[in-house]
Design a protein around this ligand. Structure first.
Ligand SMILES: Cc1cc2nc3c(=O)[nH]c(=O)nc-3n(C[C@H](O)[C@H](O)[C@H](O)COP(=O)(O)O)c2cc1C
Length: 188
């Protein structure tokens, strides 16, 4: 992306591509929250994008720490980095936890069996792993996996795009105004 051809739509197209291309570097996103104990960042997979509503969707376990963080403060930031094209995208928005059974069922139906096990641990993610509870197949409660499954949707309100280039770095700030993305060139 160069300045004369820069369009916010291209960013959304790239994000959309990252949801289907498993090798796309923007598929793995850093999601940062601010919880009761302060800032927290973790990698998470970008699962779906709706450019019209500026929505990014992620999958997680209801019992995970990020859910408590978002409940504490819905403001989150997302960080994307593509080392091949030297493009960084930062995005800020409000996160919400989706509990709607229809939406959950739709996404759950797309998850293969082996990945559904991620939501089937007896204890919450991050809980102390005791010896009698070693993480083998017998300690998974597959039938409750669906109950633990949640979507996190982030409504993006602001973005900051940076492309590193020997010829000169380029940076744009993007804001939503009247349902359109307006961008301004910034000092990198
Ligand atoms: C490459 C990668 C992808 C990940 N994808 C997800 C994901 O899609 N959803 C998720 O909840 N955790 C994912 N994780 C695990 C999180 O980074 C994190 O360890 C876990 O969700 C617990 O975080 P929390 O305690 O802050 O909620 C991923 C980790 C890595 C390294």
């Amino acid at each position: 992306m160069v300045s004369s051809t820069f369009h916010a739509e291209d960013l959304w197209k790239t994000l959309s591509r990252a949801t289907v291309d498993k090798r796309h570097p923007w598929r793995v996103v850093v999601l940062s929250t601010s919880g009761p104990n302060g800032a927290n960042s973790r990698n998470i997979i970008l699962r779906a994008v709706e450019s019209q509503r500026a929505l990014c969707t992620f999958y997680t376990d209801l019992r995970s720490g990020k859910i408590a963080d978002i409940t504490h403060d819905p403001r989150v930031s997302l960080l994307f980095w593509n080392p091949r094209s030297n493009e960084q995208l930062r995005a800020w928005g409000d996160a919400c936890v989706v509990n709607d059974p229809k939406a959950l069922d739709l996404h759950w139906s797309r998850i293969p069996d082996y990945a559904r096990k991620d939501y089937a641990t007896l204890s919450a993610p991050g809980a102390l792993l005791t010896e009698d509870q070693a993480l083998d197949i017998t300690s998974l409660r597959v039938e409750s996996a669906r109950q633990n499954f949640r979507l996190i949707q982030v409504q993006i309100q602001r973005m900051d795009y940076l492309k590193l280039d020997r010829e000169g770095h380029q940076r744009f700030g993007l804001n939503q105004e009247n349902d359109a993305w307006v961008f301004k060139a910034l000092v990198p």
